[in-house]
Design a protein. Structure first.
Length: 85
């Protein structure tokens, strides 16, 4: 099993979709208050974007390491800048 540090290092090395792009997609395809489904949560970037755009989000992640990091990100308010900023 990978350590938390290995997961963070691996996450940082992977290309990711910019949060602002995810927010724009959410805004174009849903209304405030709608529910967004993120079946492959990872670090829950879609959930962060949904919260920034006043949507609800349900995410799923089967890897415990990613789940823990996603929970820390969401609970700790570790968000990237949003379109509102």
């Amino acid at each position: 099993m990978k350590s938390k540090a290995d997961i963070v290092q691996c996450r940082d090395a992977l290309p990711s979709v910019p949060l602002r792009l995810i927010e724009r997609i959410i805004q174009a395809s849903s209304d405030p208050g709608d529910v967004i489904w993120e079946p492959f949560g990872g670090l829950c970037s879609v959930a962060v974007a949904a919260l920034h755009t006043e949507r609800q989000c349900y995410s799923a992640e089967i890897l415990p390491e990613y789940y823990e990091l996603a929970c820390e990100r969401l609970e700790g308010g570790v968000f990237q800048p949003s379109l509102k900023d």
